[in-house]
Design a binder for this molecule. Structure first.
Ligand code: PLP
Length: 386
């Protein structure tokens, strides 16, 4: 600790190759509707694995909204939504006029479980959503059995989970749609951007049409420029060619990115062993292969109520932190005002929101940074406990 550092929670990894890729698009004539998005989709689908189709989107929120819109979920329908997630997971349901029914999480991983989801199904339930919390994959085979039993559509929020697999299948390919985010602090970035993946080719094509206003012909399919028909409702959730070029360039380093995260996570987890004040959110099940978005610790015992104080001390020592997520979504004001908030229903989600600190393990950290974070954390909680 004699060597003060400033370690941000997240920092985009932008290289000269990335800059060059973006500049090449800017120097050309095509800024949207072009070959970069098509190539990014093909390359992303190849990374996902067999049978994957990918559609570039303007954000993960857009991809989630699109998924419900394209699946025909709407007024009168209920959708199961994790209480512990980003507000986007729930907003997407609200935006199509359906009602989110919040489900509490497993305390060890922060993920929803098949049992908790099954208990919340009613005759109005049309879909369930999961979030692979902090890149820890949900137990999807069990969850898919619940969905099959009740004939529910399944939407996977994979915003934090590129590279995350259950057994050998990439998350996002279990359900009807998987939605990824390329926001700056996520694993890879296109500044803003997202991807919708699906195993269903026809669904991917339908989403691609709806993404561009629902018109029936793309630019290259028009025999007379400017002429098209509009057989359906749509949105404009397209990604630009600049973003797609950046995304492609970022994907070329995805394995390096993931392996640095794994190294950082494992060594930070080890450094935190035995401190006795906090437990690490993680899965002990070898089928659940996390891609390590961050390392979140839930404070226990006397420190549980002193999270904000700990954050202040860590930040003062140069350790960047975050909170995933700041409140269970049903406690956020929009949802609490609309549906009321019954705290007794989401104790585990609330514990994570109120008592956890997310520590960085991103590709931007050196092994020395990780050692420093571990030392500062252990010493700080020790001081706070005396
Ligand atoms: C960041 C995040 C989103 C939103 O992603 P955008 O690309 O910014 O729309 C959605 N869900 C989860 C779980 C997230 O962490």
């Amino acid at each position: 600790m004699n060597q003060p550092r400033t370690i941000p929670f997240g920092r985009p990894w932008i290289t000269d190759d990335d800059r060059k890729a973006v500049m090449e698009v800017l120097d050309g004539p095509i800024l949207t509707h072009g070959p970069q998005c098509k190539a990014f989709e093909a390359e992303f689908a190849a990374f996902m694995g067999k049978d994957a189709h990918a559609v570039t989107m303007s954000s993960c929120m857009g991809a989630l909204h699109m998924a419900y819109f394209a699946l025909g979920i709407g007024p009168g329908d209920e959708v199961l939504v994790p209480a512990q997630t980003h507000t986007a997971t729930a907003h997407a349901v609200e935006l199509v006029g359906a009602r989110p029914i919040f489900v509490d999480c497993d305390p060890a991983t922060g993920n929803v479980t098949a049992d908790r989801l099954a208990a919340a199904v009613t005759p109005k339930t049309k879909a369930l959503s999961v979030v692979h919390f902090l890149a820890i994959p949900c137990a999807m085979p069990d969850i898919m059995r619940v969905a099959a039993k009740h004939r529910l559509k399944v939407i996977e929020d994979c915003a934090l989970a590129i590279g995350s697999r259950y057994e050998d299948r990439h998350v996002g390919l279990f359900g009807d749609a998987g939605c990824f985010s390329f926001y700056p602090v996520k694993h890879i970035t296109t500044a803003e951007g997202g991807m919708l993946v699906t195993k269903d080719k026809a669904f991917a094509e339908s989403v691609a049409r709806k993404r561009g206003f629902g018109v029936d012909r793309t630019h290259s399919e028009r025999s007379i420029p400017g002429m098209y028909e509009v057989p359906q409702l749509g949105l404009n959730y397209r990604m630009s060619e600049l973003q797609a070029a950046l995304g492609r360039s970022q994907m070329r380093r995805i394995e390096e990115n993931l392996s640095r995260r794994r190294r950082n996570f494992e060594s930070l987890k080890k450094a935190l062993e035995g401190q006795g004040a906090a437990r690490v959110l993680d899965s002990a099940d070898p089928r659940q292969k996390s891609s390590h978005y961050c390392l979140s610790v839930v404070l226990e015992g006397k420190l549980a109520g002193r999270r904000n104080e700990l954050v202040g001390k860590l930040n003062a020592a140069g350790v960047g932190t975050s909170v995933y997520y700041p409140a269970p979504v049903p406690r956020m004001r929009y949802y609490a005002d609309k549906y009321g908030y019954d705290a007794s229903r989401y104790p585990e989600a609330a514990r994570i929101s109120d008592c956890s600190v997310a520590l960085p393990v991103g590709q931007h950290l050196s092994p020395e940074d990780v050692d420093y974070i571990g030392k500062v954390f252990v010493e700080t909680v020790k001081e706070m406990r005396v």
